[in-house]
Write a protein that binds this ligand. Structure first.
Ligand code: SF4
Length: 231
């Protein structure tokens, strides 16, 4: 019989002890998980892409921190990297819930089955959509990545769990026509909450993208979503 991975096996690359933006509206701490299988040129967290590092934090350190914040924080967000690549995430989420915190997750949906198993234990998801689904490899460098993200996003919407879909925009990677196609796809899927994030150079590996470029969208771009913002 397969052993259920324990939270202590989670590879944690860092901890933000207080964030008001990782889960909008919640006072949260953010646990950054190691490992990502994709290669987005605008990645801000390239140090989290390897599955392990020498500077990893132990789960015991995370637990001690959580115990000290039980009455001070609303929530814990698991971010990355890509948290769903780690089999220990489900147990870590359950441990955090047992301490009384609400649980949020940042994901790009690259592991649909594991994401589906996590959904019942989550209170909120920040879901990265990279591009129109057929154009994913242009951003991620990985064939079939769009199909995995689409499966995960369908599961998220069907779950009824609170979420925000977010897309990072750089004109070298996404054109205006791409953004129109993406909007149509998201509306067809029933996405109600959508945020467009302008590319920021901080943390991005030098030379991968021009830094001055910005894609300007018309003011009414998001008018058909229930909640929409550009940030
Ligand atoms: S999916 Fe996220 S963590 Fe992975 S390379 Fe892309 S931006 Fe970075």
């Amino acid at each position: 019989m397969n052993r259920k991975p324990d939270a202590a096996e989670l590879h944690v690359g860092g901890l933000a002890r207080l964030s008001t933006c990782d889960w909008p509206g919640e006072l949260a701490a953010t646990v950054f998980c190691q490992g990502c299988a994709w290669d987005c040129a605008y990645c801000h967290n390239t140090h989290l892409r390897p599955t392990r590092t020498d500077t990893q934090m132990s789960w015991q350190e995370i637990l001690r921190f959580l115990e000290s914040r039980r009455d001070l924080l609303d929530a814990i967000v698991f971010s990355g990297g890509e948290p769903t690549l780690q089999t220990a995430l489900l147990d870590a989420v359950e441990v955090v819930r047992s301490l009384g915190f609400r649980v949020g997750l940042h994901t790009a949906g690259m592991a649909p089955e594991r994401f589906a198993a996590l959904l019942p234990s989550l209170d909120w998801v920040g879901f990265d959509v990279k591009a129109p689904f057929s154009a994913y490899p242009r951003i991620t460098g990985v064939e079939q990545s769009g199909g995995k993200a689409l499966t995960s996003l369908r599961g998220l919407i069907a779950s009824g769990i609170s979420y925000e879909v977010r897309t990072t925009v750089h004109p070298a990677l996404l054109s205006f026509a791409d953004m129109l196609e993406l909007r149509a796809q998201l509306l067809d899927l029933g996405v109600e909450n959508f945020a467009v994030q302008q590319f920021r150079v901080q943390g991005v590996l030098p030379g991968r993208l021009p830094v001055t470029a910005k894609l300007v969208l018309p003011q009414d771009y998001g008018i058909r979503f229930v909640h929409f913002c550009i940030r």
